[in-house]
Design a binder for this molecule. Structure first.
Ligand SMILES: [Mg+2]
Length: 284
């Protein structure tokens, strides 16, 4: 069935922002902007960044203005209209339940015995997001187990999300209400806006994108993703029976290649060739 419209959800860093080691095709972002300007495309950024850093990236990298932004790794959702950003309170109410009466500060105190954790800057914390740095050399799986034991003892339902900031060479660890992940955020948006499953699309590149990449949501992993993430995503999607809704962008066979925004477009063309006549049959 030809979709009438597309809810295009994409991660930012190293997905549409070319801030990784691999090169970006010089026309990739221009083509991405042109695609997002279509009236049948609703664009949502889904990112670990907070609002100010999202706006900074849009300006610095000439990215298209989104219609929505799921920020802070899913703990905030904004509707963007005419340059104004409105916090969706319905989303806050939905995710508040998992932490019960406990606040960010209560959880921060409870997790202090895990000495390897270093709290990130104040602007990266919010009512529903506790964010730490964790050196790459540390066994992060063991740290996660100790954190899990403490949180379980408090009766807190939390997601612990591990990812790597490649340019900075440091691990990032987010503690969020269990239902405040990127996946839950984009399902909430899908439901609020009334998009069908075949009108929903996601693009990502790293650890905190894995729950979506391994889900039944049609998604693409951009070609510049690490082999570790590619293998994990294929394993997750395969084991869950969702291999058909995970596409790995390729360097060859697409005029713009598969890195960053080009990989996002390649993924859309994989699921919806009818939306991409301009890229048809032009092997690189
Ligand atoms: Mg990323």
């Amino acid at each position: 069935m030809t979709p009438k419209r597309l809810l295009l959800c994409t991660d930012m860093d190293r997905t549409v922002i070319p801030n990784g080691r691999q090169p970006e095709h010089p026309a990739a972002r221009e083509q991405f902007r042109a695609f997002c300007a279509r009236p049948d495309v609703c664009l949502a950024y889904v990112t670990g960044r907070h609002r100010q850093l999202v706006q900074q990236a849009i300006a610095d990298y000439q990215l298209p203005e989104p219609n929505f932004a799921i920020t802070d790794v899913g703990s905030r959702i904004y509707q963007v209209e005419g340059g104004g950003w409105r916090n969706l309170e319905a989303w806050e109410a939905e995710i508040a339940v998992a932490w019960g009466d406990l606040t960010h500060d209560d959880l921060e105190r409870a997790l202090r015995p895990v000495a390897e954790l270093k709290l990130q800057e104040a602007e990266k914390q919010n009512r529903f997001k506790l964010s730490y740095y964790l050196p790459l050399a540390i066994d992060h799986a063991a740290v996660l187990l100790r954190m899990r034991a403490i949180l379980d003892g408090l009766g807190v339902s939390a997601s612990l999300i591990w990812s790597v900031d490649e340019p900075e060479g440091i691990g990032l660890l987010d503690v969020l209400p269990e239902n405040a992940t990127k996946l839950h955020g984009l399902r909430f948006l899908q439901q609020q806006l009334g998009y069908a499953d075949d009108e929903l699309f996601f693009a990502g590149d790293s650890g905190n994108d894995l729950p979506v990449l391994g889900s039944p949501v049609r998604s693409v992993l951009v070609a510049n993703a690490s082999d570790e993430v590619k293998n994990l995503a294929m394993k997750l999607a395969g084991e869950a029976g969702h291999a058909a809704t995970l596409y790995l962008a390729q360097d060859a066979g697409f005029p713009l290649g598969g890195n960053y925004a080009a990989g996002v477009l390649q993924g859309i063309c994989h699921y919806h060739p009818e939306l991409c006549p301009q890229f048809k049959g032009s092997e690189s």
